[in-house]
Write a protein that binds this ligand. Structure first.
Ligand SMILES: *Cc1c(COP(=O)(O)O)cnc(C)c1O
Length: 380
């Protein structure tokens, strides 16, 4: 099956043996009757497994070219499960330009459990190697990064990971499997905030992991069940429905993202535009190599780098909604320094480019002309 077909049919054979419903039913149940002690029909208790969640997990595995999918209550719950593979004394080499919540989870929770994090720039993937010690167990890559849209060479990172027998995890939230499939490039594990493009309609919070290897899947399944941050059946249904149009939506996100990035690049009040599809983007070649297109996330700064200009711009927008999050059908605008990245100290965030005038756009699937006109009036 090719990708577009997989979004609709991948892992979805026989999801309703009772009546053959085309969409899997929402099994809104916590438990399942047994004929005799232990004599169940594959499900015992909905933390351990639920048929609607299983249908989604099979779809996730299919679209990421993996063998096993796991759905969690949020993206952070999915990352939390990955970190629970580690033990005190273990080390992680992580992208420094990282989703703020991931940074907070690493530095405010897992650091206290004795796990050491090295946050480094990974635009030159070879730099990863010098930070690997005998205690390194995980390389954590986010690409494109949030909000600076840096691109990290997954294949190069995977070679380093393999050489040192370290796990490579990739947060694929921004790219989606439509644009980039990290397992095919050698990653061990793919993570998603399904809240974003996979769900795609800003109506659900969910996380996902996909792996190829059975032993790793078994460990993660044990953690999913033992720690218990599972996705509910209603939310699983919604994300499964979202995935069925992922390819169509992301195609339009990319078209509109391109139009917005090009418009901003030519605007006299705009300083820098960060979108990996621009030829002057420092990692454009790697983006071209590992992504099918360049996505709908665009960040930019205004000339003079004034906080007030950024605030006034986002307040004037009418079609774009000022809100956290991304990846839904509607266009959103955010101010990372005061919103998504407020939990990162100013000196830390400025080192990676998250300055006061930086604005991050999640370009939706509305008409291009309406989006450009909105940006024009808000910048004017
Ligand atoms: C939103 C996001 C997360 C966290 O996911 P939640 O579903 O909000 O817990 C992690 N990584 C990236 C890149 C994100 O955008």
């Amino acid at each position: 099956m090719k990708f577009n077909t997989k979004t609709i049919h991948g892992g979805q054979e026989n999801t309703d043996p009772a009546y053959g419903s085309v969409m899997p039913p929402i099994y809104q149940t916590s438990t399942y009757s047994q004929d005799t002690p232990g004599g169940h029909k594959g499900f015992e208790y909905s933390r351990s497994g639920n048929p609607t969640r299983t249908a989604l997990e099979n779809s996730l595995a299919s679209i990421e070219n993996g063998n096993y999918g796991l759905a969690f209550g949020s993206g952070l719950a999915a990352i939390d499960a990955v970190l629970k593979l580690l033990k005190p004394g273990d080390e992680v080499v992580s992208t420094n330009d990282l989703y703020g919540g991931s940074y907070r989870l690493f530095t405010s929770i897992f650091k206290d459990f004795g796990i050491k994090f090295n946050f480094i720039g990974m635009q030159n993937a070879a730099d990863i190697e010098q930070h690997i010690t005998e205690n390194t167990k995980l390389i954590w890559v986010e690409t494109p990064t949030n909000p600076m849209m840096n691109i990290i060479d997954i294949e190069a990172a995977a070679k380093i990971a393999k050489k040192h027998s370290v796990l490579l995890g990739v947060d694929n939230t921004f790219a989606t499997p439509y644009l980039q499939q990290p397992l095919d490039l050698g990653a061990d594990l793919v993570m998603h905030s399904a809240t974003k493009y996979l769900g795609g309609h800003s109506d659900v919070v969910m996380g996902a992991l996909v792996v190829k290897d059975k032993e790793l899947a078994d460990k993660l399944y044990f953690i999913q069940n033992a720690s218990g941050a599972v996705a509910g059946p209603q939310d699983s249904f919604l994300v499964l429905r979202g995935i069925k149009t992922l390819h169509l939506r992301v195609q339009r996100h990319c078209e509109n993202g391109k139009a917005v990035a090009e418009y901003l690049s030519n605007h006299p009040k705009v300083d820098k535009v960060y979108w990996p599809g621009l030829e002057n983007h420092p990692n454009h070649d790697i983006a071209k190599k590992q992504m099918k297109d360049f996505g709908g996330m665009v960040s930019f700064t205004t000339k003079g780098n004034e906080l007030e200009d950024a605030v006034s711009f986002v307040e004037k927008l009418k079609v774009f909604t000022l809100a956290e999050s991304l990846g839904g059908v509607e266009s959103l605008a955010g101010h990372p320094a005061s919103m998504t990245h407020a939990s990162i100290p100013k000196e830390e965030r400025e080192k990676t480019g998250v300055v006061d005038s930086l604005i991050r756009l999640s370009v939706g699937i509305e008409d291009e002309e309406d989006l450009i006109n909105d940006l024009k009036q808000a910048l004017g």
